[in-house]
Design a protein around this ligand. Structure first.
Ligand code: SF4
Ligand code: SF4
Length: 112
């Protein structure tokens, strides 16, 4: 390949916008119908534990006596099983993905 043509191509690709998303600096575009992160609405929850029993990855832990709901996001695979079975519509899947994290801490919600 002639030197001029090669230089032109190198410059063209160097100045071109990358075709990939610059994650995590650039937010991923939500695609309609995709399964993103689990959304928990605590107000409706009756701590029945059905969602935790159905979860295939043990991402949920519910304590009925203590009115405690624990979600381990790093275990959740967004399968939607808990969303389908919740009798109070306390759970939903958004199309957005959560922010990247280095923490392994679970989210803990306590009822009153
Ligand atoms: S199934 Fe619904 S109401 Fe029952 S504990 Fe889970 S989120 Fe709460
Ligand atoms: S979406 Fe699936 S993996 Fe995530 S908490 Fe619900 S049942 Fe568990």
């Amino acid at each position: 390949m002639p030197y001029f043509e090669m230089s032109f191509l190198a410059l063209k690709w160097a100045l071109r916008k990358p075709p990939t998303t610059q994650y995590p600096f650039e937010a991923r575009k939500a695609i309609a119908g995709s399964r993103g992160q689990l959304i928990f609405t605590q107000d409706n929850c009756v701590y029945c534990t059905v969602c935790a029993k159905k979860c295939p990855t043990a991402a949920l832990k519910v304590d009925r006596a203590q009115k405690k709901f624990v979600l381990d996001r790093l275990r959740c695979i967004s399968c939607g099983c808990c969303v389908e079975i919740c009798p109070k519509n306390s759970l939903a899947l958004s199309t957005d993905h959560g922010s990247p994290t280095t923490s392994r801490d679970s989210e803990i919600y306590r009822g009153s």
